[in-house]
Design a protein around this ligand. Structure first.
Ligand code: UGY
Ligand code: MN
Length: 248
């Protein structure tokens, strides 16, 4: 069916709103039987890269020089690192520090959200170690005492990490309590449900599968609409002074 040049996708100076109809697939160096939909990268001003990796059977990611965070959206991944082999199923995730030799592959069809960021070390703070976990293993807490808006912080709360990745679940009708404007940037993947996202002076209807990049101080607000909860995975730079948020 022709879309006659219509899409909800939009690129603005301080944000990017991408819907699945406009996704373009590409192969990144070292990838085998795997395609990447690159959602955000330094090309738009982001200080991280986020892509969805779509693995065919026997698919594999290429290497990276950066830290890597992988959240499995569908299927199962194998991770080989530190002479161990582990399996990571849907909603499981892993953090891999910069410089750790590893291999990420899939025996069958699999989709994963991949975030890569050059590490910004802090004097007298240990660099983080690799780990694997699952969303179900993380306790949620309400945002601003609103029981209808639950947040899970997928990375440990220590200064070692220079970024955060959270899931946020809104019951229908719940919303962010304010229009946020902050120095941190965001990479956001809508996982379930939908609603209305305000980005800058634009308002977007959004549903599962959409991706949003928000630059520093991009005005942002979300309200969940529909009969099922809205859920997203959200990245932000974290735990570093704005003056030193550069890799050395
Ligand atoms: O963590 C955050 O800044 C989050 N509340 N932002 C967002 O959901 N747009
Ligand atoms: Mn925010």
């Amino acid at each position: 069916m022709h879309n006659l040049g219509q899409t909800r996708s939009s690129r603005k100076q301080d944000h990017l709103f991408l819907t699945p109809d406009s996704f373009v697939r590409t192969t990144l160096p070292g990838m085998q039987a795997c395609l990447a939909i690159v959602h955000a990268s330094p090309a738009i001003g982001a200080r991280f890269t986020q892509y969805t990796a779509e693995f065919e059977p026997c698919g594999e990611l290429g290497p990276t020089n950066a830290q890597r965070f992988i959240f499995v959206l569908e299927g199962e991944l194998q991770l080989e690192a530190d002479a161990k082999e582990s399996k990571i199923g849907a909603r499981g995730y892993t953090y891999l520090p910069e410089g750790l030799a590893h291999r990420v592959s899939a025996s069958n069809l699999c989709r994963a959200a991949v975030i890569e960021k050059p590490y910004c070390p802090l004097d007298s703070v240990d660099t983080p170690a690799a780990f694997i976990s699952h969303e179900d293993a993380v306790a949620s807490h309400p945002l601003d005492n609103d029981p209808d808006l639950q947040v899970k912080c997928l990375l440990p709360d220590t200064m070692s990490f220079d970024f955060a990745v959270n899931t946020m679940v809104y019951r229908p009708g719940a919303s962010l309590p304010m229009v946020e404007m902050h120095v941190m940037e965001h990479g956001l993947l809508m996982l379930e449900g939908g609603g209305i996202y305000r980005l800058g002076e634009s308002w977007y209807s959004t549903s599962a599968g959409d991706f949003i990049w928000m630059g520093p101080w991009c005005p942002q607000w979300f309200g969940a609409i529909g009969k099922v909860p809205a859920k997203y995975l959200i990245y932000k730079d974290w735990n570093r002074h704005p003056l030193i948020d550069e890799p050395r």
